[in-house]
Design a protein. Structure first.
Length: 524
């Protein structure tokens, strides 16, 4: 059901169409955070929950129960979280009165997840909740190591806190952090382990990119604008570039990164999710399953590279010393907890083809890297050039083809690049740009991705979460690449200077097909 409301501003003829009348309501519940003393809880979860509380979006009553091994009192945990809010809250200063109200709903339970006693204690604490819904409507947030996901779900089921069937009037769900598996076989195994105790509809696999406004906007933008919708195919689009670049190196996370690398850390999840949204067919409705069905179809249509094709379509890289914004940077191999001879990729670029009717022959170039000149995520849709009949003699290929850039972060917005006449007596054409900026249009308010995702998980709407077949299909795209690399040492050509846009081979990958990377600009 949708309705249209005329904006009150008399100067503005815009219509706002509401698409969320059928949205699921939040119901009273307890959120149990496993990993209460961890980085994710302090940096993302608690700030997001504080803001949801401040905006009165959480159900009433609502409780947060944190669990970890370290001994501490409720008050000690609250003051740790309060300090973290000062550092990580998107709004400053923290509203003390709101915090005090919020914190009254927060408590701590000590326990080792490897010990059955922890679950017994948790059950006891929940049983003592004053409101019946707080005892049985349970959202388990697994902010713990991936190796603990399956055992914890098993233990919760064993003590009866997680019921496979939704009983009348009560529910239990689990939010599972990334990474979900380290390849397709392990993801499949983890899916099987979780689904032994819970329905697919009870498992909420997180990819925080899906919580971003700009990523959600891809679908709305594509299917609500006839101008672009009609151009969105191989007939008009020459190729697509998707970049997720990070200025930071691995810093203190070398130990984690050594196990993962850019392909598994970013490509398998964030980049393929964005690609799926850019390329999927129109879903039959906005229902979660309709959208997720189309994403799976798209992911399955990505051509799987056989080992002999990997070298020609994938470039990996690792950063060596360099300089970013006047600051000297270490080589990856010199970072703490990184092996001196490590061959882990800190950069990867792929040329992917989508074998379906719409995209046949259109390359999707995706890349991600660390220690690049700029932190930015963006999609650039490069349209085909016009026939050069009118301007061929003078301009030839110098006549710029149109492009559309979706800036996912930062400087969130969209830029359309097209050609215009340079004013004056001479006849000159050059590209000009038309910008839409979220800040200018909607103000600086940008909720954190985790706010939206937590709210959806509490409401039980899985649209912005990854389904089991989706995660397996994504691994199916990246696994053959890793297998083809097969532990081969990096060659000289695969190293790049910190502060550059990756190895020269990444430029050559596109140049071979007559294309060139368009790098994100600090302010475009
Ligand atoms: N941090 C991020 O920005 C981020 C981003 C994306 C995904 N993730 C994912 O989120 C999860 C958590 O990451 P993190 O960075 O928050 O990790 P972390 O800082 O290492 O925190 C791990 C938490 O787990 C608890 N824990 C570990 N073993 C336990 C046990 N046997 N029993 C009870 N509690 C135990 C630790 O507390 P005690 O030591 O007190 O027990 C700590 O609270 C991981 O799956 C990670 O991949 C994190």
């Amino acid at each position: 059901m949708l309705g249209c409301v005329n904006l009150s501003d008399p100067l503005d003829e815009l219509l706002v169409c509401r698409l969320d009348f059928g949205r699921k309501a939040v119901t009273p519940c307890t959120l149990i955070i496993f990993g209460a003393s961890g980085d994710l809880t302090a940096r993302k979860l608690i700030p997001a929950l504080y803001h949801l509380y401040r905006e009165k979006r959480l159900p009433t009553p609502f409780r947060i129960l944190g669990l970890a091994r370290r001994e501490k009192t409720d008050d000690a945990w609250r003051s740790e979280l309060r300090e973290a809010l000062d550092r990580y809250s998107r709004s400053q200063p923290v509203d003390e009165a709101v915090w005090c109200d919020f914190a009254a709903n927060v408590s701590y339970c000590q326990g080792d997840l490897a010990e059955p006693a922890a679950y017994a204690r948790l059950k006891e604490r929940l049983a003592a909740s004053p409101h019946p819904a707080l005892r049985t409507n349970l959202l388990f947030y697994l902010a713990i190591s991936p190796s603990q996901f399956a055992p914890v779900i098993g233990q919760l089921a064993a003590v009866g806190l997680l019921q496979r069937e939704d009983r009348e009037g009560s529910w239990q769900r689990a939010v599972v952090e990334k990474p979900f598996g380290h390849d397709r076989a392990s993801a499949r195994q983890l899916n099987a382990d979780l689904m032994r105790h819970a329905h697919e509809r009870q498992i909420f696999r997180i990819d925080h990119y899906l919580g971003k406004e700009t990523v959600q906007n891809i679908l709305l933008f594509r299917f609500s604008n006839a101008v672009f919708e009609q151009l969105w195919s191989r007939q008009n689009i020459d190729h697509v570039q998707i970049t997720v670049s990070e200025k930071l190196g691995v810093g203190g996370r070398g130990g984690f990164y050594e196990e993962v690398g850019a392909l598994r850390d970013i490509v398998q999840n964030h980049l393929l999710q964005v690609l799926a949204l850019v390329a999927l067919e129109p879903p039959v409705s906005l229902e979660a399953e309709a959208i997720r069905d189309e994403k799976v179809k798209l992911l399955k249509a990505i051509r799987v590279l056989d080992p002999s094709q990997v070298a020609g379509n994938v470039v990996r890289g690792q950063y060596v010393e360099g300089e970013i914004e006047g600051q000297q940077r270490l080589a990856y191999r010199q970072e703490p907890k990184v092996a001196p001879g490590s061959n882990v990729e800190t950069f990867v670029a792929l040329r992917l083809l989508v074998d379906n009717w719409r995209w046949s022959g259109v390359p999707f170039y995706v890349r991600s890297g660390k220690s690049l000149p700029l932190s930015a995520s963006e999609v650039r849709v490069q349209f085909r050039p016009t026939p050069h009949v009118l301007f061929a003699a003078q301009c030839g290929p110098r006549l710029d083809a149109n492009s559309l850039t979706l800036r996912l972060q930062p400087n969130e917005g969209i830029t359309l690049r097209f050609n215009g006449k340079v004013p004056g007596a001479s006849m000159q054409i050059r590209p000009v740009r038309m910008h839409f900026s979220y800040d200018a249009e909607f103000g600086a308010y940008t909720p954190e991705a985790y706010e939206r995702l937590l709210l959806e998980a509490i409401a039980g709407d899985p649209t912005l979460f990854i389904r089991s077949d989706e995660v397996e299909a994504s691994w199916g795209v990246v696994d053959p690449v890793r297998e083809a690399w097969g532990g081969e040492p990096l060659t000289e050509r695969e190293f790049y200077q910190a502060g550059s846009w990756g190895p020269a081979a990444a430029d050559e990958l596109l140049a071979r097909h007559g294309h060139a990377w368009r790098n994100p600009q600090p302010r475009s």
